[in-house]
Design a binder for this molecule. Structure first.
Ligand code: NAG
Ligand code: NAG
Ligand code: NAG
Ligand code: NAG
Ligand code: NAG
Length: 322
């Protein structure tokens, strides 16, 4: 949810309707379209059907969390053992910046963050959603299997799970050209876009077993042994093929006893990984090119770089499902 890149404003006009005014609900049969690679020269409106080729947020990130406690364990919000959990699937611009809350007619986030579309006091306000939990959307559409999977692998911290799902959809999914409402045809049902987004996130997530990939290099959660960034990066790069982004929270290294006097102010608790892609056609097709996390020039980590500075903590007792 926090980003090290800078949000750019794509303007209030985005908030009103679809990303591209004039796109109708007809003729988006993506099987008929060439799956042009996002961020390539041909992946632009006018040359392709923007419902079938991602032209807006072409740098796609599957983001995952490693948290040690949810704070909602008493309500059954626990973590699957030996598994990182889902954060989201973000559409960055090809240059690495991004925008958010692109369609306020699909606003299900009860705590919009930021609370304006561009994050500044002058931006368009994002009104908090006050309707029922989006969990109630699933049953009438026969999507209880999807809901069950999300409850298991898409875990929020400090608030009910559905608020994270709603946040990810309204903040990020609305900023894909390929998840625009008009892409679903004139007779789409109300939540086709929502369910298809959740399913797409899962289809990427399932190919990215971070816990197992770290474990293969002997990197296991431990409250006794710390790790080096270079070791973690090498382990994931070996499996993913290119380097992902690693996020760390907790005290900064030079705020800890071990790091006193150091200039290294990176975080010391490993808690996120972001896997970057360009996608062939629409992300829904789940055919993508893995790209390094610094492809658009961004940084590769917020973690401390000093050898042995990073903790990959075990989860709290009682925070995992049996
Ligand atoms: C949709 O495609 C059909 C068949 O190619 C064509 O006749 C029709 O004009 C198209 N409609 C729109 C709105 O583009
Ligand atoms: C990045 O790309 C977006 C979308 O094309 C554009 O609006 C924005 O100005 C660009 N930002 C930079 C820093 O070039
Ligand atoms: C957004 O949040 C800030 C800081 O809490 C607050 O001052 C501002 O009034 C809020 N703006 C809107 C549009 O809700
Ligand atoms: C930590 O490092 C940063 C960057 O080198 C520096 O600006 C900051 O003053 C340091 N903080 C402490 C407590 O040493
Ligand atoms: C490991 O440490 C973390 C962070 O301090 C803590 O939240 C967790 O409860 C600890 N786990 C165990 C099994 O002691």
């Amino acid at each position: 949810m926090h980003r090290n890149t800078i949000a750019v404003l794509a303007g209030a006009q985005l908030a009103a309707a679809g990303l591209y005014p004039g796109v109708t609900a007809d003729n988006h049969t993506c099987a008929l379209a060439d799956p042009v690679l996002s961020c390539s020269k041909g992946a632009v409106p006018g040359k392709v059907d923007t419902c079938c080729v991602e032209t807006f947020g072409g740098l796609v990130l599957q983001t995952q969390f490693w948290d040690t406690q949810s704070g909602f364990e008493s309500q059954g919000q626990k973590y699957p053992p030996a598994t990182w959990t889902i954060h989201g699937l973000w559409p960055d611009f090809c240059n690495g910046s991004y925008t958010q809350y692109c369609d306020l007619s699909r606003q299900y986030d009860p705590h919009p963050a930021p609370n304006t579309t561009d994050g500044t006091p002058h931006g368009t306000p994002v009104p908090p959603y006050t309707g029922p939990s989006i969990e109630t959307f699933f049953e009438p559409y026969g999507k209880m299997d999807l809901l069950a999977y999300m409850k298991k692998y898409w875990i929020n911290q400090g608030a009910p799970n559905w608020e994270l799902w709603a946040h990810e959809f309204s903040k990020h999914a609305t900023c894909y050209s390929t998840f625009q409402k008009e892409c679903y045809g004139p007779k789409a049902s109300e939540y086709d876009d929502l369910f298809q987004f959740f399913e797409t996130v899962i289809s990427y997530y399932k190919t990215l077993p971070t816990w197992r990939w770290l474990s293969a290099s002997n990197i296991h959660p431990s409250n006794r042994t710390s790790y080096s960034l270079s070791h973690i990066q090498a382990a994931l790069t070996r499996e993913y093929g290119v380097v992902p982004y690693l996020g760390c929270g907790g005290p900064r290294y030079n705020e800890t006893k071990a790091g006193k006097g150091s200039r290294d102010n990176g975080g010391t608790q490993l808690n996120e990984v972001w896997y970057y892609y360009h996608v062939y056609g629409a992300p829904q097709r789940n055919q993508a090119l893995r790209v390094p996390a610094d492809i658009a020039g961004g940084s590769l980590t917020s973690c401390a770089k000093t050898p042995g500075a990073i903790w990959y903590y075990e989860r709290a007792p009682g925070s995992e499902t049996k």
